[in-house]
Write a protein of this length. Structure first.
Length: 457
């Protein structure tokens, strides 16, 4: 897991970019940080929000067979007995007899400590759920758990959704929210952390149609990453072996991404069968079956579950977008982020800080901010400002120059090609809208022209 995948960006470069430009900071850094917890800075929060928004749009807004849910993180403790997490959500843990570091024993072979070479203990099972207590008295009766997956909030609300909506099989419930796991081995930046966000769908289907829906979701989810710019060759599908399957799963395939440390899981698609609804019905004593109007039968639906991590997707989108180019003796870092994901969509750059120019540029900045996340930058040379925007993935820069004051035109510079067009200010918003939606730069609005100095300097 720690080796560098051939031809891939170095993880150190991604971490350094995130730190330098305010995507991600170590949690509680002024106190020395907290192991494997991270804070999303001003640009990071935008990128993560955009990932979650696009996912919500794709699976809830644009579909008529999935509804959303936002269930609580703390749930009745019986939930975790019924789900099997209290019993089975464990990793084999070994401890070094010398340095006392703890490791997941299935991460490596042998019984030698990877850190100091000391001898390791025999593995023992370690439950990954975080415990806390509810109310003022700390005793066994008050123990609750931070949810290790968002899925259970969906299962326990299955009947509520059926009763309050007109959803009929096949249909899904989607949720995006925090999950917590006391992971033994963390690391690789935000790849595996103890607090993270999941984006899950539980898709309820008639038994017998589950295989078809499983295949459907594998394809649908893969296409989502590709649509948002991940190169298809950096994705692969990996089916779990029988020994590897989670206790609830009949079948599971991972969509793996070629991360800097090698192929690793980005999203899992599982066929959970009727395990969860049967378990919760049995432990709660409440019926969680479904009345099929066609056959007039009560059935327990099967569940197909596409489950992704928002943080892991964040890392994959960053790694895939990262490129270094050598331009005029300098390294130019470009994040080729899809416009839908880019934290800042447009940067407004006045050519100088002269008063008249600033007034015109600020007016444009205020106007564009009504529609998108826009930044304004007037520090240093225009070339340096372009580089700064390239590095954070801003798809378009709008430059206001002295000629703009006379002809009421501005230039639009495209991040990836560095090409420029010049358009009337009155056409700017519509033009940017079309370009952000993917229109070719050289399709011009009325009065627009291809700008000559197309190197962007
Ligand atoms: N409900 C099914 C479930 O939770 P999972 O494979 O354990 O399945 C689903 O988790 C996704 O959640 C993973 O594919 C990964 O993207 C993300 N994930 C899981 N554990 C994580 C962790 N410790 N840190 C970051 N993301 C994690």
């Amino acid at each position: 897991m720690t080796e560098q995948a051939p031809g891939k960006v170095d993880m150190e470069k991604i971490v350094s970019l995130c730190r330098r430009r305010g995507f991600i900071f170590p949690s509680s850094e002024i106190y020395g940080g907290l192991s494997s917890c991270w804070d999303y800075g001003p640009l990071g929060v935008e990128l993560k929000q955009n990932i979650k928004q696009d996912r919500w749009r794709a699976v809830v807004q644009e579909r008529d067979d999935i509804v959303g849910l936002d269930s609580s993180i703390l749930m009745h403790p019986q939930t975790w007995v019924a789900s099997g997490h209290l019993e089975g959500f464990t990793d084999p843990l070994v401890e070094c007899k010398n340095c006392h570091l703890r490791w997941r024993s299935d991460d490596f072979k042998g019984n030698i400590c990877p850190s100091c070479g000391g001898e390791l203990t025999e593995p023992r099972l370690f439950n990954l759920m975080f415990k806390t207590s509810m109310g003022p008295i700390e005793d066994m009766a008050s123990v609750v758990y931070l949810r290790p997956e968002t899925a259970q909030g969906i299962f326990v609300n299955f009947q509520n959704v059926v009763n309050t909506t007109r959803m009929r099989l096949p249909f899904g419930i989607a949720q995006i929210g925090k999950a917590f796991r006391n992971e033994i081995t963390t690391g690789n930046f935000i790849f595996r952390t103890r607090e993270f966000e999941q984006m899950e769908i539980e898709f309820f289907v008639k038994p017998g149609t589950d295989e078809k829906w499983f295949n459907y979701w594998v394809e649908e989810r893969t296409n989502w990453y590709v649509k948002l710019g991940i190169k298809r060759e950096n994705l692969r599908l990996r089916q779990h072996s029988k020994e590897e399957l989670a206790h609830y799963a009949r079948l599971c395939s991972d969509i793996d991404y070629l991360f800097p440390m090698g192929w690793s899981e980005l999203e899992g698609i599982a066929n959970r069968g009727d395990f969860d609804l049967v378990q919760h019905a049995s432990f709660s004593g409440k019926s969680l079956d479904y009345f099929d109007e066609e056959t007039k039968e009560h059935i327990v639906p099967y569940i197909i579950e596409p489950s992704a991590g928002a943080d892991r997707s964040f890392l994959a989108f960053l790694c895939d977008a990262y490129e270094e180019q050598l331009a005029e003796g300098e390294i130019r870092v470009i994040l080729h982020l899809h416009p839908a994901l880019a934290p800042i969509k447009i940067a407004v750059l006045p050519l100088s800080r002269r008063e008249k120019l600033v007034a015109a540029a600020k007016q444009i900045y205020a106007d564009l901010r009504q529609c998108w996340m826009v930044s304004y930058d007037d520090a240093q040379s225009i070339g340096r400002r372009y580089r700064r925007q390239d590095e954070i993935g801003t798809p378009f820069c709008v430059t206001v120059d002295f000629q703009s004051l006379e002809d009421e035109q501005v230039t639009i510079r495209e991040r990836d090609s560095m090409n420029q067009i010049r358009v009337p200010t009155s056409e700017l918003k519509n033009t940017l809208q079309s370009k952000l939606e993917g229109e070719s730069l050289f399709i011009l609005p009325p009065g627009g022209q291809i700008w000559k100095g197309d190197k962007g300097e």
